[in-house]
Write a protein that binds this ligand. Structure first.
Ligand SMILES: NC(=O)c1ccc[n+]([C@@H]2O[C@H](COP(=O)([O-])OP(=O)(O)OC[C@H]3O[C@@H](n4cnc5c(N)ncnc54)[C@H](OP(=O)(O)O)[C@@H]3O)[C@@H](O)[C@H]2O)c1
Length: 255
């Protein structure tokens, strides 16, 4: 009997997957049998990530585009169409952080974070869903949310607004696309050891705060998100829609 979690024969586009959480999700989905499409803005970084995945025996290819550039996203999906690449699973993972007190925050920086962390998930999601609907065999969309989808922190207002938006965008996708057998869910990572958090990891006070406030007593590792992604990408979650699963060591439970 085939495993409920087997992704053999499915193709997964993971945005922002040259490193960090996105790369770990690519490894997880690759391990489950999917062909993964690695995305990033720089060709050399994408090529290197694809090579690392292939060395591990996973099926991988690359797609270089900026998720915040609508024309580039549309062109990338047109290129998939021309090459016969059908995206069955989309993970909207690409994201940026920008820390500044709100009274000093310029509109251009607010907009940049919203464009990358929220609007891009809509645009890439729309292009993927159009094709999933036309093919008639459904699909899976996983949007990467955050603890700040639930609980705000000072100095990261645009990131927090975007990740709060991701929660409701995910529910909107479920509301509109469930009838086409598309399941759209979110993963909300806790504090994870990636480059995005270098400044926080290197700050002894913040590091101590993460360890003392989290019931797990430690930061999360990128690979600890892969199992949830495989579940949400697989047939095991075919009646799960519009949900956010927090993978945070229990942090939100003790807020
Ligand atoms: N780390 C955490 O604690 C944490 C917690 C909650 C949620 N998250 C979320 O998890 C996701 C991944 O974060 P991470 O920690 O792995 O960050 P990261 O190590 O900084 O990686 C971010 C990835 O996104 C890519 N990216 C950024 N802007 C892009 C764009 N416009 N187009 C295409 N790719 C773009 C980056 O590639 P290039 O910059 O090289 O192009 C990189 O591959 C983000 O959505 C983040 O908000 C992270």
């Amino acid at each position: 009997m085939p495993s409920l979690f087997d992704l053999t024969g499915r193709t997964a586009l993971i945005t922002g997957s040259v490193r960090g959480i996105g790369f770990s999700l690519a490894e997880g989905l690759g391990e489950a049998g999917a062909t993964v499409i690695v995305n990033g803005r720089q060709q050399p970084a994408v090529d290197e990530a694809v090579a690392r995945l292939q060395e591990k025996g996973y099926k991988a290819r690359g797609a270089v585009f900026d998720v915040a550039d609508e024309a580039a996203v549309i062109a990338a999906f047109q290129a998939f169409d021309e090459e016969g690449v059908e995206v069955d699973i989309l993970i909207n993972n690409a994201g940026i952080q920008f820390r500044k007190p709100m009274v000093e925050l310029e509109l251009k920086d607010w907009q940049r974070v919203l464009d990358t962390n929220l609007t891009a998930a809509f645009v890439v999601g729309r292009e993927a869903a159009k094709r999933m609907i036309a093919r008639g065999r459904g699909g899976k969309i996983i949007n990467i949310a955050s603890l700040v989808s639930e609980a705000a922190r000072a100095t990261v207002a645009p990131y927090t607004a975007a990740k709060g938006g991701i929660k409701m965008l995910t529910r909107s996708m479920a509301a509109e696309w469930a009838k086409f057998n598309i399941q759209a869910n979110s993963i909300g990572p806790g504090y994870i050891l990636t480059e995005m958090n270098t400044a926080l990891i290197d700050n002894p006070e913040f590091d101590a705060w993460v360890k003392s406030s989290n019931p797990a007593g430690r930061w999360g590792k990128p690979e600890e998100l892969a199992g949830t992604a495989v579940y949400l990408a697989s047939d095991a979650s075919n009646y799960v829609n519009g949900q956010i699963i927090y993978v945070d060591g229990g942090w939100l439970s003790v807020l």
